[in-house]
Design a protein around this ligand. Structure first.
Ligand SMILES: *Cc1c(COP(=O)(O)O)cnc(C)c1O
Length: 395
């Protein structure tokens, strides 16, 4: 059973519930779908897709994740400060001013050129530590990796530097995110040629990785990855139960949502004819309309600012959102929901009664990528729940 602790609860008017138990189940589900022995790296860039990098990083470590991936050095350091001891791979190669950081914080660095390898080796040598390196190769995500042809030189520069340890070779498949038919298969095949060249040169590291969330249920891609000799995947969205647009069609979602977003009704009032429900005259109320003021505005999630025609849930029923959000509030139509009181819980994303609003619904209505939806503003408190504990935390 989920424990409940009230404490600071009274002062919180808008919050995100983060279900760490669902996060753990998603990791298990992800592992079950992979050939045995594949390592799973959890991608926790952008504050763990808005879910909170510290608590999510610690939870994934408890659940036995093989490593974590961040976009930049600062996020990697934040994970170390939060007590994460698991391997951490940083995607952006270190800037000249950051060359000491991988050694200082035991972060594995991405390298995409011989010059980067040499600069990192010099810094690691000075720090007296060995630094782990993954070489990133470009197979279609223009400009983010080493070009295929010079790759052997980059791998050799890393593996011959005593202060560097060649841990991985990877690419990221842009085709997996586009409307393209092959979903990145062509890129994966090019990566396969690169892996073959590295193998022949005796420079193939233990971790070879290309797949991310949208490829997991595409057997053409998972099969090709196995044939190439991939030994790991990097996943963010799937762990958070976020479905990419398109791709999976109407198949039941294999991963459970981790975040719900809730707020307490702050006022119950009425709009009279001639009143405006928003900054624009277009939504002037045609008749007297009972409304709830909800403390969630575009500073809390700018995507909802665009969510004209959306709903939220109050007393287990859908309440249409009126007009567009203000900076810290929005209005919901209570015509069909009698008896609403200030303090009642409103659900913006998640389940209430028999209804559910998914993050993907909100994304589709707002013209956003689903993974942009949980990137909420600083006022939104995060509450972490697992099977046995529930904590209020702002991190
Ligand atoms: C963001 C990112 C991922 C994770 O992508 P998901 O689709 O969220 O699984 C993996 N690899 C790289 C290089 C990334 O930038």
């Amino acid at each position: 059973m989920t424990g409940t602790r009230t404490g600071r609860r009274g002062s919180t008017t808008v919050w995100a519930d983060i279900d760490l138990h669902a996060l753990g189940r998603n990791l298990e589900r992800l592992r079950r779908g992979l050939p045995s022995g594949q390592a799973v790296f959890g991608v926790v860039k952008a504050d763990a897709y808005g879910h909170g990098i510290g608590p999510v990083g610690r939870a994934l470590q408890r659940f036995g994740i093989d490593g974590l991936v961040t976009a930049d050095m600062g996020e990697g350091i934040a994970l170390r400060r939060a007590g994460v001891t698991a391997p951490i791979l940083v995607i952006d190669p270190p800037l000249p001013s950051q060359l000491r950081l991988p050694a200082l914080h035991r972060l594995s660095a991405t390298v995409t050129s011989v010059a980067e390898a040499r600069a990192l080796a010099t810094a690691a040598n000075r720090a007296g530590r060995t630094v782990g390196v993954h070489v990133r190769v470009d197979t279609g995500f223009g400009g983010f990796g080493a070009p295929g042809p010079g790759l052997t030189d980059v791998l050799a520069a890393v593996s011959t530097a005593p202060a560097l340890r060649l841990e991985g070779l990877y690419t990221h498949l842009s085709g997996a995110y586009g409307p393209y038919e092959d979903g990145g298969l062509g890129e994966l095949e090019r990566f396969g040629e690169t892996v073959g060249t590295a193998r022949t040169a005796g420079l193939l590291p233990p971790l070879v990785h290309a797949l991310s969330s949208p490829t997991l249920d595409r057997s053409a891609l998972t099969g090709a990855a196995r044939n190439i000799g991939c030994t790991a995947v990097r996943c963010g969205a799937a762990l958070f139960g976020i479905r990419m647009a398109g791709g999976q069609g109407d198949a039941p979602a294999p991963f459970a949502p981790v975040m719900s977003v809730k707020a307490r009704v702050s006022r119950v009032t009425a709009l009279e004819p001639g009143d405006f429900a928003d900054y624009a005259a277009a939504s002037a109320a045609p008749r007297s309309t009972p409304v709830a003021v909800i403390p969630f505005g575009f500073s809390d999630g700018h995507h909802l600012h665009r969510l004209t025609g959306g709903v939220l849930l109050i007393r287990g029923r859908p309440a249409p959102i009126l007009g567009r959000a203000f900076m810290s509030n929005l209005l919901a139509d209570l015509t069909d929901i009698p008896g609403v009181q200030p303090g009642d819980e409103a659900v913006l994303i998640g389940r209430q009664g028999d209804h559910r609003i998914t993050l993907e619904d909100v994304a589709a209505r707002s013209g956003l990528r689903p993974s942009a939806v949980p990137l909420l503003g600083p006022r939104v408190a995060r509450r972490y729940r697992s099977n046995t504990v529930e904590e209020d935390r702002r991190e």
